[in-house]
Design a binder for this molecule. Structure first.
Ligand code: NAI
Ligand code: MG
Length: 356
């Protein structure tokens, strides 16, 4: 199979972790007889430095003319003083919008080898954790009206959370369809006791659930959900939620699994060009030290093979190799459980590739 992949490494550890994932993809191509052509493009701070914009037109064009997009991470202190609309993160938001990436799928599972790395008590971890956060990605407060101004001599700002029923329907369909392939349970996380937008989510999701009689649907307020994720994470199968709650809850669920460096994601597009990236950011605090955990990015590559190219066997080969690496005690220092030696970021891609 011949595929073109737009590769946007971004900033900070983005560069380091993507390089490791490409080693793994190269090995998959070699072993299974595929050809992956990488088209490199700048985004975020790296693009700002060169073109004075975090999403150059050329980058969007390269992404739109590829079969899939593979991204590292954007942002960093270096661009703190850049005007708000040109910040690196705006480049990522614009790319998500530009590709119509409405659904962000973020699986969180505990690996057998990392059970003791989870900060949760053994009896909770033993019950197993296998959650899929389905986060709406191009609507809500991250894209709503916003303004900073002075009102009656007082500094004031607002951001608007707004959804229409069509936006809620398409993400809900993704959640129900995903649940049908899993344990057939959807939990809608919202704040319907306070927010009108959340009340609309409940209405629309209830209506849609009629098309999925086999799927159990329940509702949870986001404050309770953030507590339940720690107290009893095994109760969750698919968590369906809006952009901002999904952002926060998926970072929280990453900790259950041992490290934010373990969680991959797939962003599903309206136009068929999906994007894959780890859930974490550019980690400026550890960038350039060759200590970042590239497994979230490597696992995102597996998701790309599965969702964009329908290469299930190849995806599983990557996932099995990752599991093997962890079982052998090979890990980066973010996983605070020194069973084996800590190795460098740049050794992990090779270790995974060798086990495919
Ligand atoms: P972050 O996710 O970059 O880092 C949070 C903490 O987790 C840091 O202590 C970091 O060292 C650690 N960490 C993250 N990924 C890791 C990995 N692979 N291996 C080991 N440790 C890892 O979030 P933070 O610090 O809030 O943001 C840093 C920058 O990244 C900001 O500019 C932010 O806007 C941006 N950001 C970008 C995202 C993206 O590109 N998708 C998502 C989140 C933040
Ligand atoms: Mg986040």
């Amino acid at each position: 199979m011949n595929k073109t992949i737009a590769v946007t490494k971004g900033d900070g550890i983005g560069v380091e972790i993507v390089d490791e994932a490409l080693k793994v993809l190269d090995r998959v191509a070699e072993k299974f007889g595929h050809k992956f052509e990488y088209k490199y493009a700048l985004i975020g701070g790296a693009a700002y430095d060169k073109y004075h914009t975090p999403l150059p037109e050329e980058t969007l064009e390269i992404c739109k003319s590829s079969d899939a997009v593979f991204l590292g991470a954007v942002g960093g202190d270096k661009w703190d003083s850049v005007e708000p609309d040109l910040r690196p993160e705006k480049g990522l938001l614009a790319l998500r919008k530009g590709l119509g990436l409405y659904a962000n799928l973020r699986p969180a599972t505990i690996y057998e080898a990392l059970k003791s790395a989870s900060p949760l008590k053994d009896y909770i971890v033993e019950k197993g954790v296998d959650i899929l956060v389905v986060r709406e990605l191009i609507g809500g407060i991250y894209f709503g009206d916003r303004k900073t101004y002075v009102e009656d001599g007082v500094r004031t700002a607002y951001d608007v959370e707004k959804y229409n029923e069509n936006e809620i329907k398409r993400i809900s369909k993704m959640a129900f369809d995903s649940a049908m392939k899993r344990r057939k349970k959807v939990t809608l996380v919202d704040k319907a006791n306070v927010l009108d937008s959340s009340k609309l989510w409940r209405e629309v999701v209830k209506e849609m659930s009629k098309d999925y009689p086999e799927v159990e649907l329940d509702f949870m307020y986001v404050d309770n959900a953030s507590m339940q994720l720690i107290k009893n994470p095994s109760q969750f199968d698919v968590i369906l939620t809006n952009n901002i709650f999904g952002d926060i809850l998926s970072d929280e669920s990453s900790q259950i699994t041992g490290s934010i460096g373990m969680l991959p994601s797939a962003s599903i597009s309206e136009i068929g060009i999906h994007m894959y990236e780890p859930i974490h950011g550019s980690a400026p605090d550890i960038a350039g030290q060759d200590i970042a955990n590239p497994l979230a990015t490597i696992l995102s590559a597996a998701m790309m093979l599965r969702y964009s190219f329908d290469l299930e066997e190849e995806a599983v080969a990557i996932e099995n190799a990752v599991e093997k690496v962890l079982e052998e005690g090979i890990r980066t220092i973010d996983i605070k459980e020194p069973k084996g030696e800590y190795v460098k970021c740049s050794e992990i891609g090779t270790a995974v590739a060798e086990r495919i």
